[in-house]
Write a new protein. Structure first.
Length: 313
């Protein structure tokens, strides 16, 4: 069964973050450079002060989202609306999880690489890791392997199967920095094992003949997965989150834990001190997003896993 990282996080953002680590490692992306260095279209009051680090910590001052699906009709118009949207607070002063930050960062990646976002991830991350069941806009022949998400009652007016749940990502054609990636547990476990071993500085062997995982500096991965304290008190690392009060990480993760969640009910958490990762793929938006019980489920699952790994006294 496959699940979609349908909105506000999930596998798409983790993949975007991974590509940013690769670009920083190659010297092509500067975390403290203004976004306008890479994307001049990102304009408006105070926007010259927004850095890549602000985007990755969701402290750029951008709105959480915009009604792209009913305010624009093309991908170009939607991106223009995102790039020219006003800041709601000065950069670095307030945390707001923003789909817009991920969409802007996606454009930065495309501008640096000169390739469409989905092609970049396929060639730089998914291909080298042998993640053959991970992609944007899956073909219809995959539909019987994909869990349906929500009955969309206000935009597409149908049950969504095999297409991104998030409305903004849908307006962008299903390929976006904030949502739209489809994957399954074996592929995500492969990604998680590689990232955890890379963070620990352990050489990751080829997963199969002809497949060579990406090589990254362990110091850089640790930097991306460390809390940034931007703004002060925020739990965000660079592209990732860290445990906090009432976090989906539960109550028993170690001090170096990091992870992320997805709107449709997905989550992934790592505890480097225990050499463990927890992947949870659920479908909490079927038939409606009104069900919020996943908030308790994620914490409970994380705690149960940690309890199972704790030797009896």
């Amino acid at each position: 069964m496959m699940m979609c990282a349908g909105g506000r996080g999930g596998g798409t953002v983790e993949s975007l973050t991974t590509e940013c680590i690769l670009l920083v490692d190659e010297g092509k992306l500067d975390l403290d450079a203004p976004v306008q260095r890479y994307l001049p279209e990102f304009r408006g009051p105070m926007k010259d002060q927004v850095t890549i680090r602000h985007l990755l910590t969701h402290s750029a001052g951008l709105a959480a989202d915009l009604p792209l699906f009913d305010s624009t009709r093309t991908r170009e118009a939607a991106l223009r609306m995102v790039d020219t949207s006003p800041l709601l607070s000065p950069p670095g002063t307030r945390f707001v999880y923003s789909d817009l930050s991920a969409i802007v960062l996606m454009q930065v990646v495309e501008r640096i690489t000169g390739r469409p976002f989905d092609q970049v991830l396929a060639s730089d991350v998914f291909g080298p890791l042998g993640m053959t069941a991970t992609r944007f806009v899956p073909p219809q022949i995959w539909d019987d392997r994909i869990a349906p998400t929500e009955v969309d009652t206000f935009f597409r007016h149908r049950l969504l199967i095999g297409e991104v749940h998030d409305e903004s990502a849908a307006r962008l054609g299903g390929v976006s920095g904030n949502a739209g990636l489809f994957s399954n547990t074996p592929d995500l476990a492969r990604f998680a094992a590689w990232l955890l071993r890379t963070r620990q500085g352990v050489l990751t062997p080829g997963w199969q003949p002809g497949v060579i995982p990406p090589k990254l500096s362990s110091e850089l991965v640790r930097a991306f997965t460390t809390r940034q304290n931007i703004p002060p008190g925020s739990s965000r690392a660079l592209g990732w989150d860290t445990p906090s009060e009432l976090s989906s990480a539960g109550t028993k993760m170690g001090p170096n834990a990091f992870g992320h969640t997805g709107f449709t009910g997905t989550s992934i958490w790592f505890d480097p001190d225990r050499n463990v990762f927890i992947i949870l793929l659920t479908n909490r938006v079927n038939p409606t997003r009104a069900n919020l019980k996943i908030l308790q489920v994620r914490r409970r699952v994380a705690d149960l896993v940690n309890d199972a790994l704790t030797p009896p006294r």
